[in-house]
Design a protein around this ligand. Structure first.
Ligand SMILES: [Zn+2]
Ligand SMILES: [Zn+2]
Length: 161
């Protein structure tokens, strides 16, 4: 008996259901929080920290979908480079199609620049020995010592006076 059933009976997964719930652009818009020019993805992120969206039952990188929907087709073999360096940003204006080679070079030079910036506001380098991770944030041990000494001094003076 050939039952007349649609190919994909799962509700909400078929292409038709996708259209009913809104276009990809609408869904992307609903899942972003826009701050400082970036469209930060509030939905699922993949292991590498890129935004993921489910379209017609398949997971796709949301920034690629946003670019294709709002700008145009990504030329074959090209990757979208995040000019803002925020991986879960899906703002097409922050994306540029580049070859994988250029993309790698850029992220390397970004890492290098960040390494140079790796110092506290007083200019102490965040070397392994000088770095303390406190509540998920890097803390400079040299600065901690300076602060501890300053508060010792303050206490001493408070006692003397
Ligand atoms: Zn951005
Ligand atoms: Zn410091």
């Amino acid at each position: 008996m050939a039952a007349q059933r649609p190919e994909d009976p799962t509700p909400g997964d078929g292409p038709a259901a996708g259209r009913v719930r809104g276009s990809a652009v609408e869904r992307i818009t609903q899942r972003t929080s826009r701050t400082g020019g970036c469209w930060l993805w509030t939905g699922v992120l993949n292991r590498d920290g890129y935004a993921e969206i489910r379209i017609e039952g398949k997971y796709r990188m949301a920034h690629r979908v946003a670019y294709e929907e709002l700008v145009g087709v990504i030329p074959e073999g090209l990757q979208l480079d995040h000019l803002c360096r925020v991986r879960h940003c899906v703002n097409p204006e922050h994306l540029e199609p580049v070859t994988p080679r250029v993309n790698n070079l850029r992220s390397e030079s970004f890492a290098a620049k960040n390494a140079v910036k790796d110092q506290c506001h007083r200019g102490h380098l965040f070397t392994e020995a000088n770095t303390l991770i406190y509540r998920g944030k890097r803390t400079c041990r040299a600065c901690n010592r300076i602060r501890a000494e300053a508060s010792r001094e303050r206490r001493k003076r408070a006692k003397q006076s």
